[in-house]
Ligand binder design. Structure first.
Ligand code: GRF
Length: 208
C-alpha cells in the first residue's frame, strides 16, 4: 500500500475527490494524513470525519520560509509517505523542500501550463481572449507551477464566461485528472525521463 499525504489550505475539494476514489475503487494506496497551513481549512473536517489523521502547520508561527518548510517537511516525513500531494495548497515551497520530496510530489494548477503560472489564472485567460483553458497535474520542481506534466484537461471558454463560471468548469475536470494521475502514480504507471512523463500503458494524458 502506497502512503499518501495531502496538503491543503482551504476547501479541499480535490483532496476529497482523491480520498473518495481511493476508498471506493480500492486503490493500492491509503491517504494517511491531510495537513493544512491554515487552522480553519474547511477540508480538515472532511478528512477527520473519514478517520484520516489531520494536522496544522501554521506558517504564521515561523520566522522564515525556511523554518516553516522544515517544520512542514518534518511533519510530512512522520507519516512516511510514498507520495505527497499539493491540493489547493497556497504557500510557495522552497527549493530545499521540493528537492527533499522530488519525484514523489505532485501539484494541480488551474491552467494549461506553462501558460498562466501563479494566481488569478481564469481572469488572465479571459483577458487574453483564450478560447480554451484547463488544468494541469505536474511533478513539482523548484520553479513555481512548473515541472513535468502528468495530465491536462482542456475546457472551452463560452460567451459570457466569468472567472467564476470558468473556475467551476475547470474544477470539475480537476476532480477527474488529479485522481487519475494519483492512481497511475500508485500503480507505478508513470515514467519520468528527460523532464517528460509517460503513462506506461499508453493511456491518454489529456482529458478533453
Ligand atoms: C483548485 O482550483 C486548484 O487547482 C488550485 O486551487 C484550487 C483548490 O481547490 N491550486 P480545492 O481546495 O481543491 O477545492
Amino acid at each position: 500500500m502506497k502512503r499518501i499525504v495531502i496538503l491543503i489550505s482551504g476547501r479541499g475539494s480535490n483532496m476529497q475527490a482523491i480520498v473518495q476514489r481511493c476508498a471506493e475503487q480500492r486503490w493500492p494506496s491509503e491517504v494517511v494524513a491531510v495537513l493544512a497551513n491554515q487552522p480553519g481549512a474547511e477540508g480538515l473536517a472532511f478528512a477527520a470525519g473519514r478517520g484520516i489523521a489531520t494536522g496544522v502547520v501554521d506558517h504564521r508561527a515561523y520566522g522564515s520560509r525556511e523554518d516553516f518548510d522544515a517544520a512542514l517537511a518534518q511533519r510530512i516525513e512522520s507519516f512516511a509517505p510514498d507520495l505527497v500531494l499539493l491540493a489547493g495548497f497556497m504557500r510557495v515551497l522552497g527549493g530545499a523542500f521540493v528537492r527533499r520530496f522530488e519525484g514523489r510530489l505532485l501539484n494541480i494548477h488551474p491552467s494549461l501550463l506553462p501558460a498562466f503560472p501563479g494566481l488569478h489564472t481564469h481572469e488572465r485567460a479571459l483577458s487574453e481572449g483564450c478560447q480554451a483553458v484547463g488544468a494541469t497535474v505536474h511533478f513539482v520542481t523548484p520553479e513555481l507551477d512548473h515541472g513535468p506534466i502528468v495530465m491536462q484537461s482542456v475546457v472551452p471558454v463560452r460567451a459570457g464566461d466569468t472567472p467564476q463560471t470558468l473556475a467551476a468548469r475547470v474544477l470539475a475536470t480537476e476532480h477527474v485528472i488529479y485522481p487519475q494521475s494519483v492512481l497511475w502514480f500508485v500503480q507505478d504507471k508513470l515514467q519520468l525521463a528527460d523532464g517528460r512523463v509517460r503513462q506506461t500503458d499508453g493511456a491518454s494524458q489529456v482529458l478533453i
